[in-house]
Design a protein around this ligand. Structure first.
Ligand SMILES: NC(=O)c1ccc[n+]([C@@H]2O[C@H](COP(=O)([O-])OP(=O)(O)OC[C@H]3O[C@@H](n4cnc5c(N)ncnc54)[C@H](O)[C@@H]3O)[C@@H](O)[C@H]2O)c1
Length: 260
């Protein structure tokens, strides 16, 4: 039977005149978020450490007519984050939206995780939120406008073996974002998305992935695999001017997996 699902309408003027910085933009969810902002008229600044993939992502967007630039930036480097954000503001006059998608999620039994690995996970996932928020917020406060969007994970509330440190880092991101919302000031919001298992190049790699996706889909109300575009659409709403009354909140992008 054919579905009666209405078409999703993308308005190319939706974010026109706005500037978004997207981290983790070289691949996966960040790349799709960048494309959806660009499709809706936003100028997108792509941040990542993967030079080759980042340049490719920029090229693809530009060939589709996007207003796009990229910056190689290791988000664990505090000075580099600040310099990059300041330079982007000098070049593009402002940052309306920070969509922070970069993250790592290496799976390993807890007893095998080294201290160095533990620290790296917290640096990439959590410290980066601190650096990016501190760098971007003063610029947003000057204009009394901004949307800060971080990325947590449902693993922080639905435990998964091998991801204890990752889950803890995302729990920290959630708490940090909620608390940040109390200090940002007028016109600025801070929220976070909390996706379930989403199909991206990283989650599709590995022999256990098929079983993992089947198990997760079984637990969802919506019986299909989560896509990067599902997360991107949630982010488009949080990033919009009309979401001005919603801050400090978690946006659960999980196909209803809490209800089982
Ligand atoms: N995919 C999922 O199932 C899922 C579920 C819940 C939450 N998340 C979160 O969503 C975000 C994106 O996930 P994804 O699956 O698209 O990941 P991905 O691995 O496909 O892409 C992550 C990107 O982040 C970049 N990155 C990593 N370390 C960096 C650093 N130090 N500086 C700058 N960039 C860096 C990588 O180069 C890569 O391009 C992550 O924060 C992840 O924790 C993903």
């Amino acid at each position: 039977m054919e579905s009666d699902t209405p078409q999703i309408i993308i308005d190319p003027r939706k974010f026109s005149g706005q500037v978004a910085v997207i981290t983790g933009a070289a691949q996966g969810i960040g790349e799709v978020v960048s494309a959806l902002f660009a499709e809706q008229g936003c100028t997108v600044i792509l941040l990542d450490i993967n030079k080759e993939k980042l340049e490719q992502a920029e090229k693809t967007l530009r060939s589709n007519g996007a207003s796009v630039a990229h910056r190689i930036c290791d988000i664990t480097n505090e000075d580099l984050v600040r310099e990059t954000i300041d330079e982007v503001v000098r070049t593009f006059n402002k940052i309306d939206i920070l969509a922070h998608l970069a993250g790592i999620y290496p799976a390993k039994p807890l007893l095998n995780v080294t201290t160095a690995e533990y620290r790296r996970i917290f640096q990439v996932n959590m410290e980066s939120c601190f650096f990016l928020t501190q760098a971007v917020l003063p610029h947003m406060q000057r204009r009394h406008y901004g949307r800060i969007i971080n990325t947590a994970s449902q693993t922080m509330v639905r435990p998964v073996r091998g991801l204890a440190v990752y889950a803890a880092s995302k729990g920290a991101v959630a708490a940090f974002t909620r608390a940040t919302a109390t200090e940002v000031g007028p016109g600025i919001t801070a929220n976070f998305v909390s996706p379930t298992l989403i199909s991206t190049p990283t989650t599709q790699a590995g022999e256990y992935q098929k079983v993992l996706f089947e198990k997760v889909v079984e637990e969802q109300c919506v019986k299909r695999v989560g896509l990067a575009r599902d997360v991107a659409h949630a982010i488009m709403y949080i990033a919009s001017p009309e979401a001005e009354f919603i801050t400090g909140q978690m946006f659960d992008v999980g196909g209803g997996s809490f209800f089982h």
